[in-house]
Design a protein around this ligand. Sequence first.
Ligand SMILES: NC(=O)c1ccc[n+]([C@@H]2O[C@H](COP(=O)([O-])OP(=O)(O)OC[C@H]3O[C@@H](n4cnc5c(N)ncnc54)[C@H](OP(=O)(O)O)[C@@H]3O)[C@@H](O)[C@H]2O)c1
Length: 316
Amino acid sequence: MAESNRQIVLEQLPQGAKLGAEHFRMAEAGIPRPGEGEVLVRTRYISLDAANRAWMQGATYRAALSSGQVMAGGALAEVVESNDGRLKPGDLVFADTGWQDYAVLPAKRLAKLPALEPVTHLMSVYGIAGLTAYFGLLECGKPKAGETVVVSAAAGSVGSIVGQIAKIKGCRVIGVAGGAEKGRWLVEELGFDAALDYKAGGLRQQMKEAVPEGIDVYFDNTGGEIFETCLFAMKNFGRIACCGAVSQYDGAPPPHGPRGIPGLIVTKRLTLKGFVVMDFAEQNDKALADLQGWVASGQLKVQEDILEGLESLPRR
Ligand SMILES: NC(=O)c1ccc[n+]([C@@H]2O[C@H](COP(=O)([O-])OP(=O)(O)OC[C@H]3O[C@@H](n4cnc5c(N)ncnc54)[C@H](OP(=O)(O)O)[C@@H]3O)[C@@H](O)[C@H]2O)c1
C-alpha cells in the first residue's frame, strides 16, 4: 500500500468559463481508516464522464460540487480493508471515490462486481455508459425494427452503444458527431447507416437528406442546436429519450432554448422522456446479460480511452 493518498482537488469552480487544468490542483493526504461497517478501497480506474462537468453547474441528481473538495467521480476500486462481512480485500466494486488513490465508504453502498476480463469493461459497456444506452434507448425510445433512430454525441461512450443496440434491434441508425473521422468510424467500424457532421455546418440540410422520411426515435445527448434540428425532423408520434445536454455543460448557458417547444411537441404528438440510469437499477441483471451476449457475439464493439496514472488527469 502506498504511503499517502494523492488527491485531485477542484480548486475553483469554472463559473461559466471553459474548464481547464487551472481549476484543479494535486494534493496529498493521509490514507483514511475504515470505521465500523466501512471499507477502505483503492481506485484502479476513475471514470471521466461528461456528467463530471455538469455537476459543477449546480445540484443535479447529486449535490452540486464546491471549490476545495476532492473532485467527485465514480471509480472501479479494489477493497483493501473491510469492516463488513459482505466484502473482503481484493473484491472489485464500483464506488463514488472521487479523484484520489484511496477512499473510505460505507459497505452498504457498495456491491461486489463479477470477475471479468478486461476489467475496464465493468466501467464502460457493463457500467454507466452501457446501461444508460440500453435503458435510455429501449425503455424511453422504445424503437421497433424498421424505424429510424438518430443519436447525438454518437461517437461518445453512450452514443456509440446506443447506435449499435439500435442496429441490433433492426433499426436504421444515423449518428451525429463532430468531424469526418468520427463519422467514418461510426459507419465503417460500428455499422451505423450514416453519420452527420454537426461541425461542418448545414445540419438541417444534412438531416433532411439523411432522413427524408423523418425520425422515429431521437436519443438526445447534447440538447441545443442538434436537439432543435431533430425536433423539426421528428415524425408524428416520435419519441425523444432525453439523456443529457453535453453542448451546454462547458461554458456560459445558451442565450435561448431550442425553438419548436412546445408547439412541435403538440402538433407532432411527441413523447419526450428524461431519465437517469439509476431509475432502472432493478433491471440491471437483464440488461447486463443482453450486453454481455452482444459483446460475446461481436455484435457490440467496445471502444475505451484509457489514461495511465493519476498524474495524467488535468491539474496545475
Ligand atoms: N441520464 C443518465 O443517466 C446519463 C448517464 C450517463 C451519461 N449521460 C449523458 O450522456 C451524454 C453523453 O455522455 P458520454 O459519457 O457518452 O460522453 P462522452 O463519451 O464524454 O462524449 C461526449 C461527446 O459529446 C460531444 N460534444 C461535446 N460538446 C458538444 C457540443 N457542444 N455539441 C455537440 N456535441 C458535443 C463530443 O463529441 P463530438 O466530437 O462528436 O463533438 C464528445 O466527445 C452526456 O450528456 C451525459 O451527461 C446521462
